[in-house]
Design a protein around this ligand. Structure first.
Ligand code: DX5
Ligand code: ZN
Length: 216
């Protein structure tokens, strides 16, 4: 399978959101990665439903929504109605992860689980067959533009093995500090989806950087 590139809209220019969404539409990127932060689970607030609706209005590629919020069950139906194709919730934010994943799927979305950098991959052993995508956080969630945590390389290998050993079909997504410098090692260790915010949107030629990530 070829690598999936998911530009993170958090790094876009919110005063020119239509322009930046169209740039992704016209590029070789595959998904829109959309970060929702509540100021409680993470020490930052990003944006909520009205902004997501504005993005969705223009987006012509699947919406990969990453919820960094406590008690995400409250909003699963809302995000389905807003057009999410993949809804990712945090392992650390769920008391009843199995139930939450079933609810996401029953609303017609793919179910993702994100792990903070300190959370061992093995925590997913009893749930990995129910997961469509595991998002390995390669920075502490909450902000774009942070440095990649090198330990992620090892976690990707461990997760790939866990997925294979349990005959899961889950994708592996990497989120935080991804560039063309670490992309190739992430892919060779088993990553399927690369999320990138500042590497794409801070570039002089964002479409070129999307291609550079893919060519890793
Ligand atoms: C961080 C977010 C990321 C972020 C990535 O909490 O989940 O998606 O936007 O941005 P960069 O690529 O700049 O680290
Ligand atoms: Zn994210």
């Amino acid at each position: 399978m070829s690598i999936i590139i998911a530009p993170s809209i958090l790094a876009a220019d919110f005063a020119n959101i239509e322009r930046d969404v169209n740039m992704i539409n016209e590029s070789n990127a595959d998904w829109f990665h959309i970060d929702i932060m509540d100021g409680v689970f993470v020490p930052n607030i990003s944006f909520g439903m009205p902004v997501l609706k504005a993005i969705q209005k223009h987006a012509k590629k699947p919406l990969d929504i990453h919820l960094m919020i406590v008690d995400p069950d409250r909003y699963i139906e809302t995000f389905a109605a807003l057009g999410a194709e993949i809804l990712t919730i945090h392992f650390e934010a769920c008391n009843h992860l199995h139930r939450s994943l079933q609810k996401i799927k029953s609303c017609g979305m793919k179910a993702g689980v994100a792990l903070n950098p300190h959370t061992p991959v093995n925590n997913l052993i009893d749930i990995i067959r129910d997961i469509d995508l595991v998002c390995l956080m390669s920075v502490n969630p909450g902000f774009g533009g942070q440095s990649f945590i090198e330990n992620t390389f090892e976690k990707v290998k461990q997760l790939k093995k866990l997925i294979k050993d349990n005959q899961s079909s889950s994708l592996i997504e990497i989120d935080g500090g991804v560039t063309n410098k670490n992309g190739s090692e992430l892919i060779s260790n088993g990553a399927d989806v690369l999320v990138a915010g500042s590497y794409i949107f801070s570039a002089k030629n964002p479409k070129l950087n999307i291609d550079l990530l893919r060519e890793n």
